[in-house]
Design a protein around this ligand. Structure first.
Ligand code: PBG
Length: 332
């Protein structure tokens, strides 16, 4: 006896079109949905700005002075966005210690948003690159990044952000052992409840270019391929994820998103913790530039890329399109 296949009774072939006929039907059978609550908006806080200033490499985005950061947080809350991810541009760059300055832009912004009572997850990026004169993500000795000397600085920065009100700290530096160093330091300082979202698999990517302009953190010599993942590797990413979870990460991030959907899918198959994927500045730039030229339909292209990232297995998507996507989803 042959098994009866749904919908096959009258026909020698399957009529897939039946469930695609109308928008209502397509919505009914949609497997992956976008929800503003799963989106995170990156926000740049600038210690030296007196007014919000446009970021040329991230059209539509601003560097926010601390006393105005409540505006953008308020917009994110109103849009139903799940979280904001804060990056800081300090008053002055040094050997990286500025990252842990309690009066620095990120702690000040965290206190301001926390104080406003905004109901949104506050995520603080933890890295030294925005705070070092050389733009590398760690302490530099000679021409190399000193992994172990970097760990206490990262841990101190994470404790400072937790004390200022961060729900989640997100180390993006890619130093080995930083999750354990940060977890230990948080626990010792009484922040056992602060979560760690580790950028477990952050690839040495060409797609960070616009961010480095926005955060003034391009390395002044060499590149980041000595500490960030090599693009051809996927198994290595899975090992990094395993290590970060063993060190105490509560959730993991993969980045960039679009060119690494296979890594997201592989990670999804391996772990049940929340997976975040970061649609990075270069992905934003590519879509924005093409849409500006009329070569892509901005809305369709953005929704398609974000849906693809979610379909690959990401729970949370960090995207510079978060605010406009939330608006489009409301209109649908
Ligand atoms: C490092 C950091 C970078 C990004 C997020 N955190 C830059 C880098 O590694 O060079 C890139 C994000 C983006 O491109 O949108 N603190």
């Amino acid at each position: 006896m042959t098994a009866v296949t749904a919908g096959a009774a009258q026909s020698a072939f399957r009529r897939f079109h039946r469930l695609r006929r109308t928008a209502a039907l397509r919505r009914l059978v949609q497997e992956t949905r976008l929800d503003p609550a799963a989106l995170v908006l990156p926000v740049f806080v600038h210690a030296r700005a007196s007014a919000p200033e446009p970021i040329p490499s991230l059209p539509g985005h601003l560097r926010w002075p601390v006393d105005r950061v409540g505006d953008i947080a308020g917009q994110a809350v109103a849009a139903g966005i799940g979280g904001v991810l804060l990056f800081g541009l300090p008053d002055q760059k040094d050997d990286g210690r500025a990252a842990a300055d309690p009066l620095g832009p990120v702690p000040a912004a965290l206190r301001a948003i926390r104080g406003s009572g905004a109901e949104i997850a506050l995520i603080a990026d933890v890295c030294l690159c925005e705070y070092t004169t050389h733009g590398h993500c760690g302490v530099v000795r000679g021409s190399e990044v000193d992994n172990d000397a970097t760990l206490p600085l990262l841990a101190e920065a994470a404790v400072t952000y937790a004390a200022a009100g961060a729900d989640i700290v997100a180390p993006s530096d890619m130093m080995d052992g930083r999750v354990r160093a940060i977890r230990d330091a948080l626990d010792r300082a009484g922040h056992a409840e602060t979560a760690i979202l580790s950028y477990a698999a952050k690839y040495a990517s060409a797609f960070y270019g616009p961010f480095r302009e926005a955060a003034e953190c391009a390395p002044s010599f060499g590149d980041r391929s000595g500490y960030q993942l090599d693009p051809p590797n996927v198994r290595e990413a899975l090992v990094e994820i395993e290590a970060d979870l063993a060190e105490g990460a509560d959730a993991v991030m993969l980045k960039p998103a679009g060119p690494y959907l296979d890594v997201i899918a592989a990670a999804r198959a391996r772990t049940d913790v929340p997976i975040a994927a970061y649609q990075v500045s270069g992905e934003h730039a590519a879509i924005s530039a093409a849409a500006d030229r009329g070569w892509l339909d901005r809305r369709r292209a953005v929704l398609e890329t974000l849906t693809g990232i979610r379909r690959a297995g990401a729970d949370i998507v960090i995207t510079y399109f978060a605010l406009e996507v939330a608006e489009w989803l409301r209109q649908r």
